[in-house]
Write a protein that binds this ligand. Structure first.
Ligand code: PLP
Length: 391
């Protein structure tokens, strides 16, 4: 009996994450400096951890409502109103999930019929394509280029629209490129969605991590005519350094929230109560800690971009998130060969760009949510590796 045959075709058809494959090579090696994993090097701010500890001490260990604690949903509604200028009813339009990861899966499963097409811009977060496939949809990537600052244009999306297109997925600031979107182009995209009757899933998990003072993050949900055709995904992992709490949420019209909730109630039941209590503390009192981490990330971003350009690996200045995406094409190596060589000879780990889709080939993703001293040592490794290629 072949157990391989027993696995569903859908699961067999998706690849393992390129990030995971690469990082299995690094696992257990203390000698490696990693710019790989996309998570803050900070622990969760102490007052948030304390809120979780006190909650456990009070014996709060039960299930919550499927939608999540009502008080948390009210806090989320206030936060979303404050940051994105969109109103959501906490009783019917907000669903607390196990990270944005779960919300993304729920959104795809709630919206897609077998064979429906979902368009997304690439290079992108590794989960998008498989989440669509696992929901029996057809993922349709739109490549964005370094020359355009990795920002997708409405006219490129338009070219991919067919009668089967049902959903557009957006992610600004973008993982892995750190790109941000200007309001004027977002308006063009919104217009396209209205004309073609598309639903938008917008993953704005990095919206707090924006570094230019005169740039203002705009959610597509806030543009005229878009609220009722948008699922806004957000979470606590990145800005609040809460990856291990596994907490996110979606904001969407009541009918869509109800559909997502139906899947969530059978598959997850609810998000963990301890994490929900911690998230309330994050929203109520976490802004100062976020601002302080943001200042540090900005310093690191400025440094790492300057260094890459200086060593001859062109690197655009990302407006947000905590990734840079240097161009290694001039070396003649593929992303994978460059990343493997760098790891083998310099003990520095970065993710090959093709892990984020075919249009990421020729680039590397480096996460700068890492101590500045380690970043400096990693960049020294890059310089030596480049010198060894020349010599
Ligand atoms: N969306 C994007 C764009 C991400 O980069 C990540 C994590 O790297 C996620 C979603 C997953 O976030 P969460 O930890 O909330 O599941």
């Amino acid at each position: 009996m072949s157990l391989e045959d027993k696995i569903s075709k859908q699961v067999r058809s998706i690849p393992r994450s390129g990030i995971r494959d690469f990082f299995e090579l690094v696992l257990g090696r203390n000698d490696v400096i990693s710019l790989g994993v996309g998570e803050p090097d900070y622990s969760t701010p102490w007052h948030i951890r304390e809120a979780a500890i006190y909650s456990l001490e009070r014996g709060e260990t039960s299930y919550t409502s499927n939608l999540g604690l009502e008080k948390l949903r009210r806090s989320i509604a206030a936060y979303v109103k404050g940051h994105f200028e969109v109103d959501y009813d906490p009783a019917r339009e907000i669903l607390v999930t196990v990270g944005v990861s779960e919300a993304l899966d729920l959104a795809c499963r709630a919206l897609l019929n077998p064979g429906d097409e979902l368009i997304y811009h690439e290079p992108c977060y590794v989960s998008y394509d498989p989440s669509v496939t696992l929901a029996y949809g057809v993922p349709v990537p739109v490549a964005s280029s370094a020359e355009e600052g990795f920002v997708v244009k409405a006219k490129e999306i338009e070219r991919k629209i067919t009668p089967r297109t049902r959903v557009l997925m957006l992610n600004f600031p973008t993982n892995p490129t750190g790109s941000v979107m200007e309001r004027s182009e977002l308006e063009n995209i919104a217009q396209l969605c209205i004309e073609n009757d598309l639903i938008v899933i917008t993953d704005e998990i990095y919206s707090e991590l924006i570094y230019e003072e005169n740039y203002r993050h705009v959610s597509i949900a806030s543009l005229p005519g878009m609220r009722d055709r948008t699922i806004l995904l957000h979470g606590f992992s990145k800005a609040f350094a809460m990856t291990g709490f596994r907490l996110g949420y979606s904001c969407a019209p009541a009918e869509i929230t109800e559909a997502m909730m139906k899947i969530h109630q059978y598959s997850m039941l609810c998000a963990p109560i301890t994490s929900q209590v911690a998230a309330m503390e994050a929203l109520e009192n976490g802004a100062a800690a976020v601002a302080s981490m943001r200042r540090d990330y900005k310093r690191r971003r400025d440094y790492i971009v300057r260094e890459f350009n200086d060593m001859g690996l062109p690197c655009h200045m990302p407006g947000g998130a905590f990734y840079v995406f240097p161009d290694i094409r001039s070396t003649g190596l593929s992303s994978r060969d460059f990343a493997s060589g760098l790891l083998e000879s310099e003990n520095v780990a970065a993710v090959p760009g093709d892990a984020f889709g075919a249009s990421g080939e020729g680039f590397l993703r480096c996460c700068y949510a890492t101590d500045l001293e380690l970043i400096k040592r990693a960049l020294e490794g890059f310089r030596q590796f480049l010198a060894s290629l020349k010599g």
